[in-house]
Ligand binder design. Structure first.
Ligand SMILES: [Zn+2]
Ligand SMILES: [Zn+2]
Length: 351
């Protein structure tokens, strides 16, 4: 253990192995079960995972509800705004709620739980898991399993949400692929990552298993909270409802589409500079709302790096938050990619 683990692991590997080490199982993180080490060395075959099959109808309807209700809420919000029914505290709740649940996804679900980019204390771990759950992108263990499968098969057969695999050619194929990567994949159970296979170590943490099971109550609480605050601040049912719409539904709607854009836009439009086996891209205009996740090509090149923005102008709010946690003694063994290693990958790309 120690600081050498992350950076050394990231900087000395040959360029072709990033898929296999996307979440650091082979480096012996604190929670890793031996089976996860074996798993990371030999990614499971996509064909076997398709045995998981179709999602139950109730599950599909739940996902549909999670997608459509925030959308309907946003339409309602526009109507309410039109009629002057939006208050300053609604927008504050929208902004604060957005930032907190987005960081739950970016710092928590993604960089901490999926990629083990840093280590932290249990209360920070559980807080991140709860905040990420409030983003309504599914329970934490399933999210991690899906995303690890994305890295294991990026833009190849077996990737849960590639815009490039199996959608046909031409404009029609491109549009179909973009829709699939953005949200179509959510409705297809056959593309999901098997939780036991891709995230075995999370089942060893009883707190995380509990938060995973409490997904629906956490989502409900994230809606009741702005409703209650709106009621307290405005003192009427109208202000409670506008609080629910802006602090709850609009927040979820915006965050859904920004997160899904990482899977669609950031594998389709934008710039590349490293040698990777996928078609990931860096998209500058999504950097701020995505909290740095849109430097997605950098992330595929160096999956365990806590920093996705690698140049000074590549704004990465999530990396700043991790740095802040580190300063406070709440994050350690933060994985960073040395400039020399970055240059090596650039040079390989140019030859
Ligand atoms: Zn990707
Ligand atoms: Zn990732």
């Amino acid at each position: 253990m120690g600081n050498s683990q992350g950076p050394t692991a990231t900087t000395t590997r040959p360029s072709s192995d990033s898929r296999e080490h996307a979440y650091g199982a082979a480096t012996g993180g604190r929670n890793h079960h031996p089976s996860s080490v074996r798993q990371s060395q030999k990614p499971p075959s996509p064909a076997r995972e398709h045995e998981d099959g179709q999602l139950p109808l109730a599950h599909k309807l739940t996902i549909l509800g999670g997608v459509i209700v925030p959308f309907a809420g946003t339409i309602a919000a526009v109507v309410l705004l039109w009629n002057q029914f939006v208050f300053a505290h609604d927008l504050v709740m929208l902004a604060v709620g957005y930032v907190l649940s987005a960081l739950g996804i970016t710092v928590g679900f993604h960089r901490y739980f999926t990629h083990r980019s840093f280590e932290t204390k249990p209360f920070v771990r559980y807080t991140l898991a709860v905040l990420g759950s409030a983003a309504v992108q599914g329970p934490v263990i399933g999210w991690v399993a899906d995303h690890r499968r994305h890295h294991a098969h990026s833009d190849q057969d077996g990737d849960p949400h590639s815009p490039h695999v199996g959608h046909g050619r031409g404009l029609r194929g491109a549009l179909k692929g973009l829709y699939w990567a953005h949200m179509g994949w959510l409705f297809d159970g056959s593309t999901r990552g098997n939780r036991q296979r891709y995230a075995p170590e999370l089942f060893e943490d009883r707190g995380i298993v509990l938060i995973d099971r409490l997904f629906v109550p956490i989502v409900a609480a994230s809606l009741v909270l702005p409703f209650g605050l709106g009621w307290l601040i405005g003192g009427s049912l109208t202000s409670a409802l506008t609080g629910l719409v802006w602090g709850g539904l609009v927040r979820i709607f915006f965050l859904h589409h920004i997160t899904w854009s990482i899977n669609s836009v950031c594998h389709f439009f934008g710039r590349r500079r490293f040698e990777t086996e996928d078609r990931s891209t860096n998209v500058f205009w999504l950097a701020l709302p995505s909290m740095g996740e849109s430097w997605h090509h950098n992330h595929h090149a160096f999956p365990r790096s806590a920093e996705h923005g690698l140049r000074w102008w590549e704004i990465d709010v999530s990396a700043l938050v991790i740095k802040g946690l580190e300063r406070l003694g709440l994050a350690w063994n933060v994985v960073r990619v040395q400039p020399e290693r970055q240059r090596q990958r650039l040079a390989a790309n140019e030859t």
